[in-house]
Write a protein that binds this ligand. Structure first.
Ligand code: HEC
Length: 218
């Protein structure tokens, strides 16, 4: 019998791996190799890939799903087959919507304003009179003393034209002015987008008007 450590059976046994031991025992017991005993954990790289995909998917839906609303713009939607041509925008309806959004906060839905701060548009000579003045008020704003229907006001109205906080373009200014000239029992002629664009181009960007400045205009 050799005494070299390599041939020591205990050392041989220590070198045996658990798996080979199991295999030997299974063989001895006449068992079929058990595939399930060799399962491995999911590789870490796959875990990262899947969490990355789930994170991307969640972020993507969060940003672009439009909250799954059916109202969201769908570029593949087909026009209705009924053959109805798109109705032209009604300036009065458009004007009413802009009035509700922009002007009603101060001049009220009724157009009656709120004395002594916000002058009325109903029956106002500034609304039914010169369109040169009226267009400029909405394009650039108005401040300082003004007499409306015999009552003195002293406030400031913000500009609503292009480049202002409300940034209404010529079409929208014309629509809202056409609306206020027609509504509230005013019954004055409509205002064209062309006229608004003309005045906007002529005046450029400028600060608010005063009633005294406006009264020099036709
Ligand atoms: C933040 C409040 C406010 C908003 C919004 C506002 N206005 Fe005014 N508006 C005023 C004030 C205040 C005056 C009086 C300014 C002054 O005293 O010089 C005025 C004056 C006027 C006048 C001249 C006086 C009169 O009563 O006829 C007209 C016309 C007018 N606004 C129309 C509009 C229209 C149209 C809108 C919407 C596009 C609008 N305003 C939005 C506050 C506002």
């Amino acid at each position: 019998m050799s005494t070299s450590p390599q041939s020591d059976p205990r050392v041989d046994q220590a070198a045996v791996t658990d798996e080979s031991l199991l295999a030997v025992h299974e063989k001895l017991l006449g068992k079929q190799p058990d595939e399930k005993a060799h399962y491995r954990l999911m590789p870490l790289s796959l875990l990262f890939i899947f969490s990355g995909l789930i994170f991307f998917g969640g972020t993507y839906l969060g940003r672009f799903s439009g909250h799954f609303s059916p109202q969201v713009y769908n570029e593949y939607a087909q026009p209705p087959k009924s053959g109805v041509a798109a109705a032209p925008v009604d300036p009065l309806a458009q004007g009413k919507a802009i009035y509700a959004n922009v002007c009603a906060a101060c001049h009220q839905v009724t157009g009656l304003g709120m004395a002594p701060v916000f002058p009325p548009l109903a029956g106002s000579e500034w609304v039914t009179g010169s369109e040169e003045r009226l267009i400029r008020i909405v394009l650039h704003g108005l401040q300082g003393p003004i007499k409306v229907k015999g009552v003195d006001y002293m406030g400031a109205m913000p500009a609503a034209g292009p480049g202002s906080g409300f940034n209404l373009n010529a079409d929208k200014v014309a629509a809202v002015l056409t609306y206020v000239r027609k509504e509230f029992g005013n019954g004055a002629a409509p205002i064209s987008a062309q006229k608004v664009a003309e005045i906007a181009a002529k005046e450029g960007s400028r600060g608010p008007w005063t009633a005294a400045d406006l009264e020099k205009l036709p």
